[in-house]
Design a protein around this ligand. Structure first.
Ligand SMILES: O=c1ccn([C@@H]2O[C@H](COP(=O)(O)O)[C@@H](O)[C@H]2O)c(=O)[nH]1
Length: 416
């Protein structure tokens, strides 16, 4: 199943494609019907015979031809507008409205200008150009969507080395699964990582819930990441002023910067948090520079989450300002269509991690809300994150295999 993501401003697209264009079709029918009466052309004749040359015959024929021409072009224009509008709603609605405008001129010029052989229609001839632009826009919208490219292709073209590695791992292991290993002892964490390692692309930790965190935790995780070829994502959700998050990331007991390839943060404190984390990871003295990246927590899965609207838009803006450090987002969908102030760079390819994925539950009693792997990938997730769906299953290995298979099939369907 592939889910279409409808941009918030898609209403204008619908208004043009499914409102204005059909209404104009109806107007053509009315004009033709009334001229048919005046020209006394009985059904089922499509055109008035010029030999009989009844009064109003030419005008009726012009209306009839304008109507046929409209029918030859309107259905594809509606489709182009609807498809292009999924990615470029403003342009698609604008071009669609312009098309309607030129088609009105075309009808008027054809039928009422009084020019011989309907030559007055030329006044609306620009509809062809607009129609061509809509066709081009719909093809471009489809081709430029990174989420419809394979992980392999994205691994080759992505400018960020960590994103390249992430896509390579997914491609090699045929897995887009991130397991959220929310267990509370090092032993459980390392056992889970070893058992599930072959089936996952990323392990996500909440390192501060371990009751016995030590150097052995880091050494064990690093060894298993190398053994099974997965990346480590510490779901720390940094949210403080820049000076504090630098210390939380790089110092303290947890020394997250030393072992977590991926971290995340909320942008609630403002752009400074991203600047601070980027500064630390990209300092020339930091030994892991190109192997570290940040996900911005742009949306949350919990009921009543306030990470919506302007917060999500600002997440996109800030991500666009730090493309060498920000890998992408933790979000429930692709954010390509979110209204943002900062324009996307050419070839922009943010990675989407979607939490709250579960095959057998719709949510928990504390507000968590789930979707299936198919739904998440269809909405634009590049990596699906599941916690209890896997580690709390009767057989976590079998569960991991199931999520791997479903996540991969959904991805194959999306890129097909
Ligand atoms: O919006 C969010 C952000 C993070 N999470 C984290 O993902 C896992 C989900 O665990 P489940 O057992 O699959 O519910 C957990 O670590 C959360 O902290 C999220 O669920 N939603």
């Amino acid at each position: 199943m592939v889910a279409f993501i409808i941009p918030s401003n898609y209403g204008a697209v619908i208004g043009v494609a499914l409102g204005a264009i059909p209404v104009l079709g109806f107007v053509h029918g009315m004009v033709t019907g009334s001229l048919r009466k005046q020209a006394k052309v009985p059904y089922p004749n499509s055109y008035a015979s010029m030999e009989l040359a009844k009064e109003n015959a030419e005008q009726f024929n012009c209306a009839q031809r304008a109507h046929s021409n409209f029918l030859e072009n309107s259905s594809q224009t509606m489709l182009f507008t609807l498809v292009a509008g999924l990615k470029y709603p403003e342009y698609a609605a604008g071009l669609g409205a312009l098309w309607v405008f030129f088609r009105v001129l075309f009808l008027y010029g054809y039928v009422y200008s009084g020019k011989a052989q309907g030559k007055g229609r030329m006044i609306g001839g620009f509809f062809w150009l607009v129609q061509g632009a809509l066709w081009g826009l719909s093809v471009f919208a489809k081709m430029s969507s990174k989420s419809q490219q394979t992980y392999g292709a994205r691994a080759q073209s992505h400018p960020n080395p960590l994103a390249r590695k992430l896509f390579q791992v997914a491609e090699e292991k045929k897995s887009n699964v991130t397991v959220s290993a929310d267990v509370t002892t090092t032993k459980e964490l390392l056992e889970l990582a070893d058992q599930l390692g072959p089936y996952i692309a990323v392990i996500k930790t909440h390192i501060d819930i371990l009751s016995d965190f030590s150097q052995a935790t880091i050494d064990g995780l690093n060894a298993l990441a190398a053994k099974h070829n997965f990346l480590i994502f510490e779901d720390r959700k940094f949210i403080d002023i820049g000076n504090t998050v630098q210390k939380q990331y790089h110092q303290g007991t947890l020394r997250i910067s030393e072992w977590a390839h991926i971290i995340n943060c909320s942008i609630l404190p403002g752009e400074g948090i991203v600047e601070a984390l980027a500064q630390t990871a990209q300092d020339p003295s930091f030994p892991y520079g190109s192997e570290r990246g940040l996900l911005i927590l742009a949306e949350m899965t919990s009921k009543g989450s306030l990470a919506t609207g302007p917060y999500t838009s600002a997440s996109v803006d800030i991500a666009r300002k730090y493309p060498s450090f920000v890998l992408g987002f933790v979000s429930t969908r692709s954010l390509g269509e979110v209204e943002a102030s900062v324009a996307p760079a050419q070839g922009e390819d943010f990675v989407v991690f979607t939490t709250g994925v579960n095959l057998s539950s719709k949510g928990d009693k504390l507000g968590q809300q789930y979707q299936t792997p198919q739904s998440a990938v269809g909405r634009g997730a590049d990596f699906i994150i599941s916690g209890r769906g896997i580690y709390a299953a009767a057989d976590p290995v079998e569960a991991a295999k199931q999520y791997q298979q479903q996540g991969w099939e959904a991805y194959l369907a999306r890129v097909a």
